[in-house]
Ligand binder design. Structure first.
Ligand code: ACM
Length: 761
């Protein structure tokens, strides 16, 4: 009778309360019953005798609970059943899927059953989530429940680029910790690129003596170090690999070839095409240096891979294959002779042959090649796995041809794309990939048949770090978008529910805060908007508050004080007298703060000025990056918007009545972008003074010139400077075209802020 009643409760309460459990990703099947179980220090964690893997998982749980919950649980092999967390590996466990588990909380204790070690581990992670966040230290209650859970995909990945900017081994381990807490299982580690070689290879010491270091463009000035870089010793890599393995994460190393090879060629020019030694690159983008295709180079590649394979037990070895512009191969008589001798029709086919050769070597050593989708272009080895980044077309083509694929399309899953276009958002590419867009990602393109879809191993998000100089930037880019990804790759597709996901995020934010993770609150940050021109004219501003996710309650103040839960809740636009200061913060249903307060000062000066990052590009070129020069990059802001193809922005509807002066706060930036064949698209404008000018046109960039102010000599002026000029009297609102005519072989310029000034306040 008691048992029957218990089951009845499961069914009745299941759908109502399961959704409120703070699980991320949400488990496949959750049933909640009435009643709770208290977990305190008397509870034992019971593991089978002589089972090192299960003991490791139990230890992981105990350590995590000690660190984040203040609980001290003892691990034993006694077969005590009551008041215990019992881990049991059972080949007949209910959940049959790989990595799946069952978690039961009953009045007698907790049981986690699984058929494999990973399943037990994920059961432990789920239990930890049920016991956090940490409202208070000490005993904690969990509801009676029954969970059956398993992953939707086998490849649940994150790519970390340690080549463009370097993270310490400890930072990488912190990231692995978070991946494990999200049930992700592949760290794709981008270890080599034009800007740095980051893995110690004993046989080729120059790779790290030379290849791991670059001389920044402004070395020794303005916060730039004399050299930038670093590498992981083989001992460090072994430690990181073991740390990952203890969390059921496989590290797939990437040694990028035949392109993105400038650091290799800088270290060993004989394995490049021209024989010349370039510096390790400081240019972001696509550099021309390729590996050679001769036997000596393949011997080098094989020798490097030998050491890589010893360090990384991963079945997959990533060999890049992306963005190899073929100019050097085209220009080299030796490479051309080899191509013809091999009866290959073009350089793409030569790359196919190159990758095929490396794939054969890996296969002979029991490993499997994975590469970016360019490996499809020149005929890919039949058993190669394709990582699709140029949209999803490559994945579709590959799956239709019977290859396994991993989805990581740009920009959908590119975490270097900014997650908002707020002025206080940090560095990143445009367009914005917000939390909702990651959450909406579907790893199975609709055009694939069921059989083809079975080739989709899963998906991963990519953290390219050109514009993420510190780990704080990386964490900001990754979290909480990784929460969205985790649900995409783990939870059943039918369960995805955006609002329900959002309702579970406050708990996750508290976990982040407890663990010192610098997550982004961009999705919830209040935007404080008004029609500036109307506010200027009337002396009253109508204020609209919103947040990107449309979630939570925005509380605000208009008296300069910090908004708390007692401050008014925003429900509709309201009007205030100018000048004033609006403060707003977003709170979750449980009262926790989802986004820290944002402030907008509304006074005449601010209403007449714009931050550069808020000014749109001039028509004709959408390319847009938000970047920071050193030494600003030690913080997250300010950032500057640049378009490397055309340094031109618009100030829409500038209110020119009474304006006598324009002031531009300008920053000079390095023009370190390798644009390959796109270099011809860079707009060059005539200049009349040696370093070019800041020019203001009215109505359009072909419209009347309102002012043209010479730029100072870069050799003798500060990186940040201000320009002032009188403007001729104008009336009404006009779009201003703001552009720099600086020579395109010199520095780039960006606007920090542009301000219109009137003669009378
Ligand atoms: C890539 O983003 N070049 C794979």
């Amino acid at each position: 009778m008691r048992t029957a009643g218990f089951i009845f409760c499961f069914v009745v309460l299941g759908t109502v309360r399961a959704a409120t459990l703070p699980l991320l990703p949400m488990s496949a099947q959750v049933q909640v019953a009435s009643g709770t179980l208290v977990i305190d220090n008397d509870m034992r964690v019971v593991v089978p005798a002589h089972d090192a893997a299960t003991r490791q998982t139990a230890q992981y749980l105990a350590d995590l609970l000690a660190r984040t919950r203040g609980l001290q649980l003892k691990i034993t092999e006694e077969s005590t059943a009551d008041n215990a967390i019992v881990f049991r590996k059972d080949p007949k466990a209910t959940v049959t899927q790989a990595e799946g588990y069952t978690l039961d909380v009953t009045p007698h204790g907790i049981r986690i059953d699984a058929r494999d070690d990973a399943g037990l581990f994920y059961g432990a992670v789920t239990l930890w989530q049920l016991l956090t966040p940490n409202a208070q230290q000490g005993p904690v209650k969990v509801p009676m429940l029954h969970i059956n859970d398993w992953p939707r995909f086998a490849w649940r990945g994150l790519m970390l680029d340690s080549a463009r900017h370097f993270q310490s081994a400890t930072d990488v381990e912190r990231l692995l910790d978070q991946m494990a807490q999200h049930k992700l299982n592949v760290l794709h580690w981008h270890l080599t690129d034009d800007q740095g070689w980051r893995i110690e290879i004993k046989r080729y010491p120059e790779l790290t003596r030379i290849g791991a270091w670059r001389t920044p463009p402004d070395a020794g000035h303005d916060g730039e170090p004399l050299r930038y870089g670093g590498f992981y010793t083989q001992d460090q890599i072994r430690d990181v690999v073991a740390y990952a393995a203890a969390r059921h994460i496989i590290i797939v190393p990437e040694i990028d070839m035949p392109g993105h090879a400038q650091a290799v060629v800088a270290s060993y020019p004989q394995f490049g095409v021209t024989g010349k030694r370039p510096p390790v690159s400081v240019d972001w983008g696509v550099n021309p240096y390729l590996y050679n295709v001769d036997d000596a180079t393949f011997q080098f590649v094989d020798n490097v891979l030998d050491e890589v394979m010893v360090l990384f037990p991963s079945h997959y070895i990533h060999v890049g294959g992306d963005e190899a512009v073929k100019d050097q191969w085209k220009a080299s008589p030796a490479v051309q002779a080899k191509m013809h001798a091999l009866h290959l029709k073009d350089e793409d086919a030569l790359q196919g042959w190159f990758i095929g050769r490396v794939g054969t070597y890996l296969a002979a050593h029991g490993r499997r090649l994975i590469g970016w989708d360019e490996i499809l272009d020149g005929g890919v080895p039949a058993d190669a796995t394709v990582m699709s980044w140029r949209g999803t077309d490559g994945a579709i083509k590959a799956a239709q041809a019977g290859h396994d694929v991993v989805m990581s399309p740009s920009p959908d899953l590119y975490l270097d794309n900014a997650q908002s276009d707020r002025a206080d958002e940090t560095t990143g590419r445009m367009p914005v990939r917000d939390l909702a867009s990651i959450y909406a990602f579907n790893p199975i393109p609709a055009v694939l048949s069921t059989a083809q879809a079975a080739h989709v191993l899963g998906a991963q998000a990519n953290a390219w770090t050109e514009h993420m100089p510190t780990m704080r930037h990386v964490e900001h880019a990754v979290f909480p978008r990784l929460d969205a990804l985790s649900e995409v790759v783990w939870s059943p597709a039918a369960m995805r529910n955006w609002n329900n996901f959002l309702s579970r995020l406050p708990a996750q934010f508290e976990r982040y805060a407890d663990q010192g993770v610098s997550y982004a609150d961009s999705a919830f940050a209040p935007s404080i908007q008004t029609n500036d021109n109307v506010a200027l004219k009337r002396g009253k501003a109508t204020i609209t508050l919103s947040d990107q996710a449309g979630y939570g309650a925005i509380h605000y103040t208009v008296d300069g004080s910090a908004p708390d839960l007692h401050a008014p809740v925003y429900s509709a636009p309201f009007t205030v007298n100018v000048p004033t200061t609006i403060n707003a913060a977003t709170f979750a249903d449980d009262g926790s703060m989802l986004a820290t307060p944002r402030t907008r000062v509304l006074d005449r000066a601010n209403l007449l000025s714009r931050e550069g990052v808020t000014l749109p590009n001039c028509p004709g070129s959408d390319f847009r990056l938000r970047i920071q020069p050193m030494p600003d990059a030690t913080s997250m802001t300010p950032v500057y918007a640049i378009n490397v193809f055309d340094t031109c922005q618009q100030f829409p509807a500038a209110p020119l009545d009474g304006v006598t002066t324009i002031r531009a706060d300008v920053v000079r930036l390095e023009r370190n972008y390798a644009l390959a064949h796109e270099a011809k698209l860079v707009v060059s404008r005539p200049h009349g003074t040696p370093h070019g000018e800041f020019v203001v046109h009215m109505d359009s960039c072909d419209g009347p010139t309102l002012t043209s102010i010479p730029l100072p000599d870069p050799a003798t002026s500060a990186r940040h400077f201000s320009l002032h000029a009188m403007l001729p009297v104008q009336h009404g609102e006009h779009t201003l075209c703001l552009l720099f005519t600086a020579p395109t072989d010199g520095p780039l310029y960006a606007i920090g802020r542009v301000s219109l000034e009137t003669s009378k306040p």
